[in-house]
Design a protein around this ligand. Structure first.
Ligand code: ATP
Ligand code: MG
Length: 575
C-alpha cells in the first residue's frame, strides 16, 4: 500500500477523552474513530489488525474441532424469556421493536440462540459432542463505556457453544477450549493468566477468565506465587481469621458517640483497631431492607452478596436514609444488629460469629454498643464469605500470601450445565433411547478488546509496537527524500519485490519531511522498517525493528533474508 493513497488520519495531539495508552494510541494512529459513546468505527489500519486477530482465533478454534457459522445480531424476546434472562440481563441489553410491536434485542451474547438452533436438529447422542462458534458483533449498553475498544457498547466477540451428553463430557469440551484459548493468547503475544471467575447471570458453577496482565485493566486478580491459585477479586475466597476463642464475654455497654458515623471515626474515638468493630451496610432490594454485617477492617464483596441473594446488580441499590430510619430508628451510621425492626433480614459474614466483644451501632442516633457477641446478643443469616480479598491475604489453596495485580479480561469460559437446554427444552436421545437435556459450555473472546490489550502490552512513548503476526503491515519502507530520483526508484523496486514475496508492505511515498514520516512510522508501529536514504545510489538501505533501537545498513539484496528471519520467529511464511 502506498501511504500517499492511504486513509490514515493520524493525530498529533492526545485526544482528551482517552485515558489509557491503547485508547490514545489507536485514536492517534488513525486506527479507530468514535461515532458516539462506546461505538467505534474501525479504520483501514485498525481493521487489518482486527482481521489478523480473528484469523488466529479462527485457526485455533478450527484446530480444536469447533465449527464456524454466523448468526444474526437480532434475537426475539421469546428466546430470552424462556431462560429468564430478558429481565435478568437488565439495562445492559439493547432492546428494540419491529413495526408489528414485536420485541427483540441486539444480542449481548448468544446462549439462547445457539441452544434454540440445535434444538430439534441435533437429535441423537451420536451427533455429540458439538462445538459451534461465530465471530460476530455484540451489543451491550454498558453502564460505563470507556477506554475505547476495551469496554465499548458495540464490539466484536468470538463466541462458542459446546453441547455434550453429560457433565463429564462437558468438562472435556471445556478443557479443549481452555487449551485452545491458551494457544490463542500465546500467539497474540499476550502476557496472561488464567483465573477463576464468577459465573454471574451466565449460570453454571465453574468459569475461568483469561486475563492479559496490565495496569490499565479493569479486573483485579488475586494470585499466589507458591501454588497456581488465581482468581478475580470478585471470586477469590477470603481466608479471614480474627478469633479470640478464649476471650471472656463482657457485659454489653451503650456508649455515647455523637457524630461518629464511620469506621475511621470510630477507630479514633475508641482508640481500638478497626477489626474490633462490626461494620453494617444496608441495601434496598425492591423495597426490602437487607442489612449486611462484616468485620470492620474489611470491605464487602458485592458479587458474593448478590450471588447469595440470587439477584443481579441492577436489581439492588444502597438503602437511603429513610429506609435506614425505618428499620433501625436511627440516622445513618448507627445501624447495628441488635433491635432492628422485626423481620428485617440480617446477613452476617460467618467470621463475625467467632469474634468476641464487638463494637456495633446501637440503632439509636449518636450511640454505639460495646461488647456485643454473636449468639448471646444477636443472630442472623450466617454467610460463609462476604469479604473482598486484599493483598497479603492467606492463599485459600496453599496458605501462602496472596498478591494482587490488574488484568484485562480478554476471554471467558463457562461450564453452563443445563440452564439453557432446560430453559429452552432442548433434548436429545441417549444410548437407551431416553430423552436428556444437553450439557453446555460457552466460550467468549473479546476480539476488539484483545486488540486493545495487545497495544497496552506493546507500546512506548512514541507509539504502538505491533508483534509481527498482528501488525497491520509487516514492513514499512520510508523514502527519506521523495524528490530524489534514486531514492524513489530504489524504494519502488524494493516495494515491488516485497509485494511479490507476499510481504504486507507500506511504502511511505508521501511528500512529507522525513521527521513526519519517522513519527508516523513509530506511531502506527509497523514492526520491520526499511529506510531508503543517501546511500540509495549504492543500493544500501537501513534496516531496523520497531521493537529495538538497533539499526544497520544492508545491501538491498540482503533484505529478504532478514525479513525471512523475522517471519520464522512468528511461524509466518513467505511466498
Ligand atoms: P466484563 O466483566 O469485562 O464486562 P463480561 O464478563 O461481561 O466482561 P463476557 O460476557 O464473558 O464478558 O464476554 C466475553 C468476552 O467479551 C469478554 O471476555 C471480553 O473479552 C469481551 N467483552 C465483554 N464485554 C465487552 C465490552 N463491553 N467491550 C469489549 N469487549 C467486551
Ligand atoms: Mg460485562
Amino acid at each position: 500500500m502506498r501511504m500517499s493513497r492511504m486513509y490514515m488520519p493520524t493525530l498529533k495531539e492526545v485526544p482528551s477523552e482517552a485515558e489509557i495508552p491503547s485508547h490514545q494510541l489507536l485514536l492517534r494512529a488513525g486506527m479507530i474513530r468514535q461515532l458516539v459513546s462506546g461505538i467505534y468505527s474501525y479504520l483501514p489500519l485498525g481493521y487489518r489488525v482486527i482481521r489478523k486477530v480473528e484469523e488466529i482465533v479462527r485457526e485455533e478454534m478450527d484446530k480444536a474441532g469447533a465449527q464456524e457459522l454466523l448468526m444474526s445480531a437480532i434475537q426475539p424476546k421469546e428466546l430470552w424469556e424462556a431462560t429468564g434472562r430478558w429481565d435478568d440481563f437488565g439495562p445492559e441489553m439493547w432492546k428494540l421493536k419491529d413495526r408489528h410491536e414485536r420485541e427483540f434485542c441486539l444480542g449481548p451474547t448468544h446462549e439462547e440462540y445457539f441452544t434454540n438452533l440445535i434444538k430439534n436438529e441435533v437429535k441423537s447422542y451420536k451427533q455429540l459432542p458439538l462445538n459451534l462458534y461465530q465471530i460476530q458483533t455484540k451489543y451491550r449498553d454498558e453502564k460505563r463505556p470507556r477506554f475505547g475498544m476495551m469496554r465499548s457498547r458495540e464490539f466484536i466477540m468470538k463466541d462458542a457453544y459446546s453441547f455434550d451428553t453429560d457433565s463429564q463430557k462437558m468438562r472435556e469440551s471445556y478443557d479443549i477450549m481452555w487449551e485452545a484459548y491458551a494457544k490463542i493468547f500465546k500467539r497474540l503475544g499476550l502476557n496472561f493468566r488464567v483465573v477463576e471467575g464468577d459465573t454471574g447471570t451466565m449460570g453454571g458453577k465453574i468459569s475461568h477468565e483469561f486475563m492479559a496482565m496490565s495496569d490499565a485493566g479493569e479486573g483485579m486478580i488475586a494470585y499466589c506465587d507458591s501454588c497456581d491459585y488465581a482468581a478475580t477479586d470478585e471470586k477469590a475466597q477470603v481466608v479471614y481469621v480474627n478469633n479470640q476463642e478464649d476471650a471472656e464475654l463482657l457485659e454489653m455497654e451503650k456508649v455515647n458517640t455523637p457524630g461518629v458515623t464511620t469506621i475511621d471515626g470510630l477507630e479514633e474515638f475508641f482508640e481500638i483497631d478497626k477489626s474490633r468493630f462490626g461494620k453494617v451496610i444496608v441495601y434496598n432490594l425492591n423495597g426490602e431492607a437487607i442489612v449486611v454485617m462484616i468485620p470492620g477492617d474489611r470491605e464487602l464483596n458485592e458479587t458474593k452478596l448478590f450471588n447469595h441473594l440470587g439477584v443481579a446488580e441492577h436489581d439492588i441499590e444502597m438503602a437511603d436514609e429513610d429506609m435506614i430510619m425505618v428499620i433501625s430508628g436511627a440516622e445513618k451510621g448507627y445501624t447495628g444488629p441488635i433491635n432492628l425492626k422485626e423481620g428485617t433480614r440480617l446477613l452476617v459474614d460467618s467470621r463475625i460469629a467467632k469474634m468476641k466483644n464487638l463494637i456495633v451501632g446501637a440503632n439509636e442516633t449518636d450511640y454505639h454498643i460495646k461488647n456485643v457477641n454473636y449468639g448471646r446478643d444477636f443472630e442472623g443469616e450466617l454467610v460463609d464469605d462476604l469479604l473482598m480479598v486484599i493483598e497479603g491475604d492467606t492463599c485459600p489453596k496453599c496458605g501462602d500470601v496472596l498478591k494482587m495485580a490488574r488484568g484485562i479480561e480478554v476471554g471467558n469460559i463457562f461450564q453452563l450445565g443445563t440452564k439453557y437446554s432446560e430453559g429452552l427444552n432442548a433434548k436429545f436421545l441417549d444410548e437407551n433411547g431416553k430423552e436428556r437435556v444437553f450439557y453446555m459450555g460457552s466460550y467468549g473472546i473479546g476480539i476488539t478488546r484483545s486488540v486493545a490489550a495487545i497495544v497496552e502490552q506493546y507500546h512506548d512513548d512514541k507509539g504502538i509496537i505491533w508483534p509481527l503476526n498482528t501488525a497491520p503491515y509487516h514492513v514499512i519502507i520510508t523514502v527519506i527524500n521523495s524528490k530524489n530520483q534514486e531514492q524513489v526508484e530504489l524504494g519502488e523496486k524494493l516495494y515491488k519485490k516485497l509485494l511479490e514475496s507476499g510481504v504486507e508492505v507500506l511504502l511511505d511515498d508521501r511528500k512529507e519531511r522525513a521527521g513526519v514520516k519517522f513519527n508516523d512510522r513509530d506511531l502506527i508501529g509497523i514492526p520491520i522498517r526499511i529506510t531508503v536514504g543517501k546511500r540509495a545510489p549504492e543500493s544500501i538501505v537501513e534496516y531496523s525493528l520497531r521493537a529495538s533501537d538497533d539499526k544497520e545498513e544492508y545491501h538491498v539484496d540482503e533484505i529478504m533474508d532478514l525479513i525471512k528471519e523475522e517471519f520464522q520467529k512468528y511461524g509466518l511464511s513467505l511466498k
